[in-house]
Design a protein around this ligand. Structure first.
Ligand SMILES: [Zn+2]
Length: 339
């Protein structure tokens, strides 16, 4: 067969020419692939390329961003405090993102690396866009990027793989909330789980039960409801804006019982959800209900990755802390030269 081919004049040459073209094409494709990034993208002054940056820019909240990288020496709050005037608040927000994966009291050691990028919202709230924690003892870096998942009411934080940092309660008493701001294992003196959410968010009863009490101890609890589930567990819902059930009502699982609020002794709109055994022992809702970790769907991963790149660039090229204002957002959205 081969002999026959080579017997025909021209065929070997044709094969040779074809393979040469293939080799040249391969070399060319390789050469034009993005080279591993060895240089840092040019900082600040350069405006982002309008075409490439436009969709990504929309995902970053408006405002001026700051970023710090801190090596742990004392405590997160002290070290962030030394690094920035916003340190105390940064530290509090930062810590909330890692309590799900790290025991911040026991597992941190000097030399662990903490990073955060944040800005102040129009409502004068400090908002973290990105936070990371490298725990040397665990040989692991945890990351959290702020991103609004399609269909969600509030942005949440997701790791670089698109898994949500905070776990969600199975049978949660509330679906739409911004963040769990207090966990039992994080703050054992506080007996419930706090969900930060706008006043007027629907609250449901996670399990079937009976309403035992309503609006007791108003100055502390505000509008409140107490329900006994069928297994005897007692659930308390505090600081409500509106109760929709009354004492003696039989409830089905998932039934809307109230709207969340900011009544009683409460410093911000949230739902306080607390579980007790019938004899008064506190139960952690995480243990009782169990949790799931959500994952961004394939359709939103591309825009999430764009967000990740921009926030990583912010951490690597923090705007000068002294510069007092006026640079437009575009200036700190460093084009991540990858094409
Ligand atoms: Zn609470």
């Amino acid at each position: 067969m081969i002999r026959k081919l080579f017997a025909k004049p021209g065929v070997p040459w044709l094969l040779l020419a074809v393979s040469l073209v293939v080799i040249l094409a391969l070399v060319f494709i390789r050469g034009s692939a993005p080279a591993p990034q060895t240089t840092k993208p040019a900082a600040a002054a350069q405006p982002a390329a309008p075409q490439a940056a436009a969709p990504a820019l929309a995902a970053v909240p408006e405002g001026e961003w700051e970023a710090v990288t801190v090596s742990l020496k004392h405590t997160p709050s002290q070290d962030f405090g030394d690094a920035s005037v916003d340190g105390d608040l940064v530290s509090a927000e930062w810590a909330r993102l890692f309590v799900w994966d790290v025991d911040l009291r026991r597992q941190l050691n000097p030399g662990d690396v903490m990073r955060a990028g944040w800005h102040w919202t129009d409502e004068a709230e400090l908002e973290i866009g990105v936070a990371t924690l490298k725990v040397n003892k665990l040989g692991k870096t945890f990351r959290a990027y702020r991103f609004l998942a399609p269909g969600d009411k509030y942005p949440s934080y997701w790791n670089e793989q698109g898994a949500e940092v905070a776990r969600r309660l199975n049978d949660s008493p509330i679906e739409d909330y911004e963040q769990v701001t207090s966990l039992l294992k994080d703050r054992p003196t506080h007996k419930g789980m706090d969900f930060k959410t706008d006043v007027g968010t629907e609250v449901n009863c996670p399990k079937a039960g009976v309403v035992l009490r309503s609006n007791w101890n108003w100055s502390a609890n505000g509008n409140c409801i107490e329900v006994q589930f069928e297994d005897g567990t007692i659930a308390k819902f505090l600081h409500l804006s509106e109760n929709r059930v009354k004492v003696g009502d039989k409830l089905t699982a998932g039934q809307i019982i109230a709207l969340s609020g900011n009544t009683g002794h409460s410093t911000g709109a949230h739902l306080h959800y607390q579980l007790n055994t019938a004899d008064g022992r506190v139960i952690d809702p995480i243990d009782y209900h169990g949790t799931t970790q959500r994952q961004l769907d394939a359709g939103s991963l591309a825009s999430f990755q764009a967000t990740v790149q921009k926030f990583d660039a912010l951490l690597d090229n923090p705007p000068k802390p002294a510069a007092p204002a006026v640079e437009p957002v575009a200036a700190i959205v460093v084009p991540v030269a990858k094409r």
